[in-house]
Design a protein around this ligand. Structure first.
Ligand code: MG
Ligand code: ZN
Length: 186
């Protein structure tokens, strides 16, 4: 299981990682640990980022819980399976935050709202300035803009609203490994 970075309380920057479609395959409302598949290049990307001092924090919308598709317990099993697969590559995460709510609930944590990022900042001592959000949906980019940090859109999907330039900076990457190289490349 996760540990909040072993008592290290110095301010460090984080890469806020979307889960589905970035770390593991997005199968849509995944509630079965047998469906967890770590995407190619992910262990290497996370290893590189961590070695360079970045904190790795998952922020994931899991409205499948509110929709009744799976339970909190199922979600925990999926999370633990993902962490187990990453641990087999020697990779650990610094934090994991999920929003279990539905879009109709108007919570403060569902992306693109910044609640999970702010919680991570407060609980893990993260310096937001210079941190990144990496995700595969517009809501991930909008999260980055709402927090005022850089977002990187991974994958090949074409976002609905590509007036991105008007709202904030956007970088694109093929996958998480590519994104990590953009982050590390400065
Ligand atoms: Mg996603
Ligand atoms: Zn929420």
């Amino acid at each position: 299981m996760l540990k909040p970075s072993d008592g290290e309380r110095g301010m460090s920057k984080a890469v806020f990682l979307d889960r589905d479609g970035v770390i593991i395959r997005d199968t849509g409302y995944l509630g079965d640990p047998r469906g967890v598949l770590v995407l190619p290049g992910v262990p290497e990307a996370l290893t590189l980022l961590r070695a360079a001092g970045w904190k790795l924090v998952v922020v994931t919308n899991q409205s499948g819980i509110a929709r009744g598709f799976f339970s909190e317990e199922d979600h925990l099993k999926v999370r633990m399976r993902m962490e187990e697969l990453l641990a087999a590559h020697g990779v650990g995460l610094d934090g994991y935050f999920h929003c279990p709510h539905g879009p109709w609930e108007q919570c403060s944590c569902r992306k693109p709202r910044p609640g999970m990022v702010f919680r991570a900042r407060d609980e893990l001592g993260i310096q937001l300035e210079g941190s990144f959000v990496v995700g595969d949906k517009m809501s991930d980019l909008e999260l980055a803009w709402n927090v005022g940090i850089q977002g990187i859109l991974v994958g090949t999907s074409v976002p609905e609203a590509l007036d991105a330039g008007a709202r904030g900076a956007m970088m694109r990457a093929q996958d998480l490994l590519h994104a990590s190289k953009l982050i590390l490349g400065g």
